[in-house]
Design a protein around this ligand. Structure first.
Ligand code: PLP
Length: 229
């Protein structure tokens, strides 16, 4: 699903990156948070390497993808070309892709059931590689959306560590498309406290400043940097 775009678009992506970075700094400032306390994950899904390179050339190193297979076609060579890339898996994960996911990604945001937790734990052992983990929470309790139910979040985090020996760093959510995201961000923050985890993966192009106000540590921003998909 890679698409081709014009040269103008490539030039603009580094400018859009800078605009997003300064909006993040502004939101941190408003929320009286430490400058630089929010990581920007540049979500490059559907964009090919030619469109990702300008953002790497601008010095950015943290990227997100939502499909393992698509990432395998792009990131091994980009990781060779550029030092210090940190790659985040932000899309749903099947257990038969756990080995590939652990091999390629540094952070996985979408742990949401025991079968996946178990598969990831086994792969981290087999590959002797540690991957940072977030548990996805379905804060809107939407039928079609991945994630554990809010009332199960703390128990699931406990199960990941107690049963599977995993360290969960934080929680992740994708609020319902048509709702005010603030209450969902507030809920995720509350659940993280209950589960005793520090980090919050929340906020996308349309709402990352709101997410920072609610304590987001990782915003996942795609179209505001790369353009419309
Ligand atoms: C695509 C995607 C994003 C980025 O969305 P934009 O609206 O383009 O910023 C963030 N999080 C997840 C889970 C995504 O799939």
């Amino acid at each position: 699903m890679e698409r081709k775009k014009g040269k103008m678009d490539r030039l603009e992506s580094s400018q859009r990156l800078n605009a997003v970075l300064s909006r993040i700094a502004g939101a941190e400032n408003l929320a009286k948070r430490e400058l630089g306390s929010t990581d920007l994950i540049a979500v490059s899904k559907t964009f090919d390497v030619e469109h990702i390179r300008p953002v790497l050339d601008a010095g950015h190193r943290i990227f997100g993808e939502n499909r393992v297979q698509e990432s395998q076609g792009k990131w091994p060579r980009l990781k060779q070309e550029y030092d210090g890339v940190e790659l985040h898996l932000i899309g749903p994960l099947q257990s038969n892709k756990a080995a590939d996911a652990v091999a390629l990604f540094d952070v996985i945001h979408t742990i949401d059931r025991e079968k996946i937790a178990k598969a990831i734990a086994a792969e981290m052992q087999a590959q002797n590689k540690s991957v940072k983990l977030f548990v996805q929470v379905n804060t809107g309790e939407e039928e079609q959306k991945a994630g554990v139910a809010p009332q199960d979040a703390a128990d699931f985090v406990e199960c990941c560590s107690g049963v599977h020996g995993l360290t969960v760093s934080g929680l992740m959510c994708i609020p319902p498309f048509d709702e005010n995201p603030g209450p969902h961000f507030a809920l995720l923050r509350k659940l993280a406290k209950q589960a005793n985890v520090e980090e919050l993966s929340m906020g996308m192009s349309a709402d990352f400043e709101t997410a920072i106000e609610f304590g987001s540590t990782h915003v996942r921003v795609g179209s505001a940097i790369f353009g419309a998909r």
